[in-house]
Design a protein around this ligand. Structure first.
Ligand SMILES: Nc1ncnc2c1ncn2[C@@H]1O[C@H](COP(=O)(O)OP(=O)(O)OP(=O)(O)O)[C@@H](O)[C@H]1O
Length: 254
């Protein structure tokens, strides 16, 4: 699989604390990769480095052959490097439809049309409708976000990310905080993501990881200690050690 996206020797220290240590990995179009590791391993920091929220101490981020390390977060988004956050960042008074439509208008440089309530832009309305439908948010599209279930809010975050037309999508714990009864909805939505999209998911729910990912990367203390198939990860001695001894512990610690 040819590289759509890669990072080379990405490193970051906060004072004396090395939080990312020469991380190198690559992804091809359509790939489904899970990034796992114990709390504090540096997973979110890695996503922050990739998407430009923070600057690396060393290393490069390359998208479609272009070095984007010097670009800010907004320019990286325009080039197709898009993320969601561990905790929702939505406007409780707006509806899902308004969130996605605004994002689409913003993407196309037409955000000033929000004052015309999106009417007269049926292409955008149709696209918003399709994106919300793909994530199973049809029924709540016109409810205020503050009134919809948390699991639906998490799905809306993915909808907003998709409205930005990503090539690489980084999902930071898409199921975090979602009641277990609603996790299957998240899983179904993840299964329906566009096939050509490269998706890197941070997730502590190992069942979700194993069903979603074709490849797993394990970070511990800022370093990649394992990269391989989901079926191999639990038996790897370094992974077992990082998760305090055994896979049973890994599931509870994770
Ligand atoms: N801005 C910062 N300044 C100082 N230390 C930081 C900063 N951001 C993160 N860290 C530290 O970096 C380490 C890695 O944090 P990070 O949030 O990336 O881990 P994580 O693997 O995502 O953890 P979790 O699974 O708990 O979300 C932690 O020790 C954290 O305290």
């Amino acid at each position: 699989m040819s590289d759509l996206f890669r990072v080379e020797n990405l490193s970051k220290s906060f004072g004396g604390l090395a939080v990312s240590r020469e991380i190198s990995l690559s992804m091809g179009a359509g790939e489904r990769l899970a990034l796992i590791g114990p709390n504090g391993a540096g997973k979110t920091t890695f996503v922050n480095l990739v998407t430009g929220q923070i600057k690396p101490s060393a290393g490069r981020v390359v998208l479609n052959g272009e070095d984007v390390t010097g670009l800010g977060a907004v320019r990286r988004v325009r080039k197709g490097l898009v993320r969601t956050f561990q905790v929702t960042r939505l406007f409780s008074e707006l509806t899902p439809e308004e969130h996605v439509t605004l994002t689409l208008l913003q993407r196309e440089g037409k955000a000033s049309r929000i004052f015309s309530r999106f009417r007269g832009n049926s292409a955008v309305a149709d696209e918003a409708h399709d994106i919300l439908g793909a994530l199973g948010l049809h029924e709540v599209a016109r409810r205020k976000v503050g009134q919809i279930a948390y699991g639906q809010q998490r799905l809306l975050e993915i909808a907003i990310a998709l409205a930005l037309k990503p090539k690489v999508l980084l999902l930071d714990e898409p199921a975090a905080g979602v009641p277990s009864a609603d996790t299957p909805r998240i899983e179904q939505a993840l299964e329906r993501l566009p096939p050509s999209l490269a998706v890197l998911m941070i997730e502590h729910d190992m069942d979700l990881v194993f069903r979603f990912a074709k490849r797993v990367v394990v970070l511990a203390a800022g370093e990649i200690i394992f990269e391989g198939l989901p079926s191999e990860v639990a038996a790897d001695p370094k992974v077992r050690e990082a998760y305090l001894g055994n896979y049973a512990n890994a599931r509870s610690v994770a």
